[in-house]
Design a protein around this ligand. Structure first.
Ligand code: UD1
Ligand code: MG
Length: 459
């Protein structure tokens, strides 16, 4: 099945997120917990979004935060509330209006995914859809966990055909011995999906409408059903904080592997924390212990030294960052910029070749090309109420320990003396001594000590 052939088929993804997630012991809804800087439901929406088509999300009552988060990612998604939890098929049927014909047509393929199973890839979803193209009415993704207890088991006939899924609580001892389990990810042919779902009953141990019964119902209707397999890692479900950390670890492995494949050098990859959307160019070098929050792009040949924390930032070609640098959202470093130790940059553009090598805060600013920011320079961007801009031209020099009180402008080629407090504009090619004059009293140091010593004795 080529991508081109697939792209002519329409698809509806139904994402189930009505769970309560009580085992997370958290006030945050389970599917809004994050791995790789992205919510669990965000990962699932991104995987199903990559296949194109419509998206329906099923939430529980009152889960406004989940709706808001999903809407921000997929503005045209349809939302459905499952008022009471009566099982996974019941949850899918909460989105019945999305499954029903739209303008006379149903989607060719319906994909059901769990919002708490974040590592499923778009390629695997395409494999399941490929099985529908091959004539199956239901395609199920199976896996072989180290410990199958608790999962639904895939009952496969001699010839390899999937005949039913038996939930753990309803399974016989012989069925429990089956190692092939249901991941939860399922694809159904759009033409028969509703007919199948409507026939599912709740005559089982949990008195729930099981989506898994779609397989037996389809078989009884004379339709074909198939099981595909994947690795346990891909279908890891998150129910607890420990599983959240496990999923994070699997995701980090994937992200590091992708970075390696793209030509990134990581000295100690296991100590580098990436985000799902981190973009790293070729020949980027990342030293040990670097954290990438969401929204970071690093261009070719940049070097990120140890213990740097970076989020929402753009790092240009050949730039050098760290060690111990902090780049916050809106930090934009052009080519060959240097940002050294204990320098914090926020909402600021450092133009090509600019340098801030030591102990500075650069916030709400522009620093022109080739300008040097001396150690301890602070842009005083906040007056207690509002933020103001500092605009520094090209090839300027800001002496160490200067305070630039915004809003303020420093012209091209200007020179600010060390220790200055700059409160008004410095025109181009101007030297600004923004500090009190120094007065020297010769021979006074020893007299001063004598006075101080006498005072101490008297005390
Ligand atoms: C389900 C499968 C099982 C599979 C396992 C994989 C069924 C009947 N069983 O079992 O075969 O091995 O997942 O992890 O499908 N949900 C709702 N509304 C409901 C019930 C569930 O939205 O009324 C959502 C949950 O939020 C969750 C997903 O559906 O995202 C799965 O529900 P869960 O209760 O975890 O099903 P399992 O018992 O784990
Ligand atoms: Mg579960």
């Amino acid at each position: 099945m080529t991508t081109e052939q697939m792209s002519t088929r329409t698809c509806l993804a139904v994402v189930l997120a009505a769970g309560e997630g009580t085992r997370m012991r958290s006030s945050r809804p389970k599917v809004l917990h994050e791995i790789g800087g992205r919510t669990l439901i965000g990962h699932v929406l991104s995987a199903v979004g990559a296949i194109g088509g419509r998206t329906a999300v099923v939430v529980g009552p009152g889960q406004y935060a989940v709706v808001a988060a999903a809407k921000a990612l997929v503005p045209d998604a349809a939302f459905f509330v499952q008022q009471e939890r009566h099982g996974t098929a019941h949850a899918v049927l909460a989105a019945k209006a999305a499954l029903a014909p739209q303008d006379g047509d149903v989607a060719d393929d319906v994909v059901v995914a769990f919002a708490d199973t974040p590592l499923v890839t778009h390629e695997t979803i395409m494999r399941l859809r490929g099985a529908l193209v091959g004539g199956a009415a239901v395609a199920v993704l199976g896996f072989r966990p180290a410990d199958p207890s608790g999962y639904g088991r895939l009952i496969v006939e001699g010839g390899g055909a999937l005949v039913a899924i038996r939930e753990d609580k309803d399974a016989t001892a012989a069925e429990r011995a089956i190692g092939l389990c249901n991941s939860g990810l399922m694809a159904l042919a759009g033409g028969t999906a509703l007919k199948i779902l409507d026939q599912i009953r709740d005559d089982n141990a949990k008195r729930e409408f099981y989506l898994t019964d779609a397989v037996a119902v389809a078989r009884a209707m004379g339709l074909a059903t198939v099981a595909l397999e994947t690795d346990e890692d891909e279908v890891l479900g998150v129910n607890t904080q420990a599983q959240l950390a496990e999923a994070e670890a699997v995701l980090q492995q994937r992200l590091r592997a992708a970075a390696h494949a793209a030509g990134v050098t990581m000295v100690a990859p296991e100590t580098v924390h990436l985000s799902a959307d981190t973009k790293l160019g070729r020949d980027v070098i990342i030293e040990p212990y670097v954290v990438f929050g969401p929204g970071v792009t690093v261009e070719d040949g940049a070097v990120i030294r140890s213990f740097s924390h970076i989020e929402g930032a753009h790092i240009g070609r050949g730039a050098k960052v760290g060690p111990y640098a902090r780049l916050r959202p809106g930090a934009d470093l052009e080519a060959d910029v240097h940002v050294g130790n204990f320098v914090e940059v926020k909402a600021a553009r450092l133009e090509a070749g600019a340098k801030a090598n030591h102990l500075s805060y650069i916030g709400d600013a522009r620093v022109g090309a080739g300008t040097n920011i001396g150690a301890g320079t602070i842009t005083c961007n906040y007056d207690g109420f509002r933020k103001h801009l500092t605009d520094i031209g090209r090839d300027a020099f800001i002496g160490s320990n200067s305070a630039l009180v915004a809003p303020v402008k420093i012209g091209d080629g200007a020179y600010v003396a060390s220790g200055s407090v700059i409160t008004s504009e410095v025109p181009p090619d101007t030297v600004a001594f923004g500090r009190a004059h120094q007065t020297n009293k010769e021979g006074m140091a020893s007299r001063l000590r004598a006075v101080l010593k006498a005072g101490k004795k008297g005390a």
